[in-house]
Design a protein around this ligand. Structure first.
Ligand code: FAD
Length: 433
């Protein structure tokens, strides 16, 4: 929990705070209802380079790396890169407070955004609560507490809204530590998803849609993890399974193809279908996993994927340099055919015409096959980005054209996303949908 004594201050926050709240509501409503997406962050003050394959999808980048905290932060989602940076930022005095997301009392998967001013409060926020979280609600409290140096942890939609109101907060320094995020939803939808995915939905602590598994083991070499660490340019494989971490520590692994896609259409929030910011382009540094090859070890031990966007992001990462193991990114394969197939299959499922879920054994076999044929490492990250952009580009474009008219719809889709859709639509396969 946050600090109860301090939260009382929120109740007496000034007229200015009420004004700020109204402004945030206005901004957030615009964000989800069709305001043009910025193709760059005000903070970076540079546009992403659309001729650069990496920046086109990932946003403005000064460095991409894989990293993990050693030893890991106990109870973190992965190894705790995010928690460790936040703890160091507070302990070194870089910031006075951290906006992060704890859990609602009695429901560890329900998000509760807080203004953390102690290490214990930051550590209590470790782990993903996979539902929409109203992080900007904390800003009135930040202002009423007179905080001047702030670290904000958040996903793309929260960070975009934050950037819109940043100039009104009276801060001397704002650091933004982002995570990648796609296809989030409401807490109720999460319950439905877990019922469908897990044999034991009530004991799920964390979960991730896992993407890569290390390959390249030669005969006689048993430990692919050791091999990757010795040779970071080795080939990698995708996993195509959801890994569900349970309270007793065991992992349940369910192939994507065994999920009832036709029944899960309403699990993803409508606002996420309007989002073009999987990469979290307006954060200073972003932590995720989509472009990292798994080492065949559990999430809590393996490398994470870090995108540094500017000097502030580099300064945040530097805070943990003594406790972090760094590796260069890897990439292999060709994503393009798989992107189109996924878009078409997803569209069928949206229309309720997708295939029935596969028995787990068959789903596992298909996942195994795809790991041998599909894109890997950074190329998988681009597969995932491209697929979501096209899916969202299509669905949303049609939606906003009908709702707000063509002109406003055209403003809503950012230039980089239009470019990706056009790349894949050269032969009209997408327009035909
Ligand atoms: P930890 O040290 O455990 O810290 C987790 C941090 O997440 C905490 O500081 C907490 O404040 C914050 N947090 C928890 N719940 C929320 C929430 N609902 N909204 C905002 N912040 C929250 N990576 C990908 O590559 N692909 C994805 O599709 C993807 N989806 C994500 C969806 C959500 C909602 C979130 C929060 C993260 C997602 N990530 C995704 C990032 C990834 O799951 C990890 O968060 C990241 O690798 C950091 O791991 P860690 O061990 O360093 O985190």
């Amino acid at each position: 929990m946050g600090e109860p004594g301090k939260s009382v201050t929120a109740l007496v926050c000034s007229v200015r705070c009420i004004g700020l709240t109204l402004m945030l509501w206005h901004t957030t409503a615009h964000l989800f209802m069709g305001t043009p997406h910025s193709n760059h962050s005000a903070q970076h003050s540079v546009h992403r380079d659309l001729t650069d394959t990496q920046e086109q999808g990932m946003g403005v980048t000064t460095e991409v790396l894989y990293a993990r905290v050693k030893p890991p932060v106990p109870g973190a989602q992965w190894t705790g890169v995010v928690t460790q940076i936040a703890v160091q930022a507070l302990e070194t005095g870089l910031v006075e407070a951290v906006v992060c997301v704890q859990s609602e009392p009695g429901d560890h998967l329900a998000p509760l955004p807080v203004v953390a001013r102690s290490v214990a409060d930051i550590v209590a926020a470790r782990g993903v609560k996979p539902s929409l979280s109203p992080n900007l609600n904390t800003l009135a409290l930040v202002e009423s507490l007179g905080i001047k140096r702030l670290l904000f942890i958040g996903v793309g939609c929260q960070v975009q809204a934050l950037r819109h109101v940043e100039k009104h907060l009276g801060l001397e320094a704002l650091y933004v530590l982002g995570t990648n995020c796609v296809d989030n939803g409401r807490r109720e939808g999460l319950a439905k998803f877990l019922q469908a995915a897990s044999d034991s939905p009530d004991t799920v602590l964390h979960y991730e849609f896992m993407q890569a598994r290390a390959r390249g083991r030669k005969r006689g070499e048993r430990d692919s993890r050791t091999q990757y660490l010795a040779n970071p340019h080795m080939k990698t494989l995708q996993d195509y399974r959801v890994h569900l971490k349970h309270r007793d520590g065991h992992f349940e692994k369910v192939p994507y193809f065994s999920l009832p896609a036709n029944d899960l259409n309403d699990v993803i929030a409508p606002s996420c279908y309007a989002c073009f910011d999987y990469a979290n382009a307006a954060a200073d540094v972003v932590v995720g996993y989509m472009g990292v090859p798994s080492l065949g070890v559990d999430m809590t031990q393996h490398l994470q994927y870090v995108t540094v966007r500017n000097e502030r992001g580099a300064a945040l990462l530097k805070l943990i340099e003594e406790r972090v193991e760094r590796r260069p990114p890897v990439s292999a394969g060709d994503r393009k055919a798989l992107v189109l197939q996924t878009v078409l299959a997803d569209d069928e499922a949206k229309l309720g015409k997708g295939p029935k879920p596969m028995p787990r054994l068959l789903g596992t076999a298909l996942a195994w096959l795809l790991t041998r044929l599909g894109p890997r490492g950074m190329e998988f990250a681009r597969y995932s980005l491209d697929y979501h952009v096209i899916r969202q580009g299509l669905k949303n474009y049609l939606h906003v054209v009908r709702t707000w008219g063509k002109e406003r719809a055209a403003r809503h889709v950012p230039a980089y996303a239009k470019q990706i859709v056009a790349d894949y639509d050269a032969k009209g396969a997408i327009s035909a949908r």
